[in-house]
Design a protein around this ligand. Structure first.
Ligand code: C5P
Length: 237
């Protein structure tokens, strides 16, 4: 059962529970982009993202990758383990899109021969600058050993997700992962959803993710519903 609010982010609100080791993450319908400068709401977005995240976390657990996921409290409320968040946004990239095409001379759609792993410092105040191992260690964010482990986990998750989503008719240009520490272990935290992945429909090439909102590409709720239909068909039965 939810107790007091612990933290409210751009798309989720985290609540305490009676058990200090467990939290409830409520996926909301609110949307933000460009450092919160663009804001909106989309019907059922929280529900679809929570269900897509649930499915992906369950799949990762089955593959032996620990996550913070425990179970669902309701359609858009996820019970998770309380973790100490590591302030690194890890972004595996398979096809060039988004910020990498603005920062470097790489054309959108370029398929990388091997995945490109980008690490950003999770800090709104500093504009999420890119990190390397030495900077992360100097900032005291993580140890070299932890970073090596995070890299290995991120690349493994990328392979699992790419294959899984390919079977569902999606390309996965890139996505963002967050990690946390709990009981001396590193686990996947936050969410993996249409808000945190780029998903392109394999046959039409259309964006089925938050780029629809960022760049006014159409009806976001409809696209997220289509993704949910392919990934969590059971919720439509
Ligand atoms: O903006 P950029 O192209 O670097 O984003 C790469 C990927 O990481 C995208 O899939 C985007 O949705 C995700 N991302 C995120 N949260 C952030 C930054 C990026 O989910 N704060």
């Amino acid at each position: 059962m939810k107790k007091e609010e612990l933290y409210s982010g751009k798309a989720k609100t985290i609540y305490k529970t009676e058990d200090p080791e467990k939290l409830i993450s409520v996926f909301r319908d609110s949307l933000t982009a460009f450092d919160g400068k663009k804001k909106s709401e989309a019907a059922k977005k929280g529900y679809y993202n929570a269900q897509i995240s649930r499915k992906i976390f369950e799949m990762l657990e089955e593959e032996g990758i620990p996550t913070h996921y425990i179970g669902m409290e309701s359609g858009n409320e996820m019970l998770v383990r309380a973790v100490e968040i590591i302030l690194i946004e890890v972004i595996p990239r398979n096809i060039a899109a988004g910020s990498i095409t603005r920062k470097y001379p790489i054309e959108e759609g370029t398929v990388f021969k091997k995945p490109v792993l980008v690490m950003d410092y999770k800090s709104d105040e500093h504009g999420d600058p890119m990190l390397n191992e030495d900077i992360a260690v100097a900032l005291g964010i993580a140890t070299y050993e932890e970073i090596a482990q995070i890299r290995e986990m991120a690349l493994k998750i990328n392979e699992i997700l790419k294959t899984y989503l390919d079977e569902k008719g999606f390309l996965l240009p890139d996505f963002k992962l967050e990690f946390g520490r709990v009981d001396g272990k590193i686990v996947v935290a936050d969410e993996i959803s249409c808000d945190t992945c780029r998903l392109w429909d394999k046959s039409t090439g259309q964006s089925m993710d938050k780029d629809i909102f960022r760049f006014d590409k159409g009806d976001l709720s409809k696209a997220y519903e289509e993704v949910a239909k392919r990934i969590v068909p059971e919720i439509f039965e």
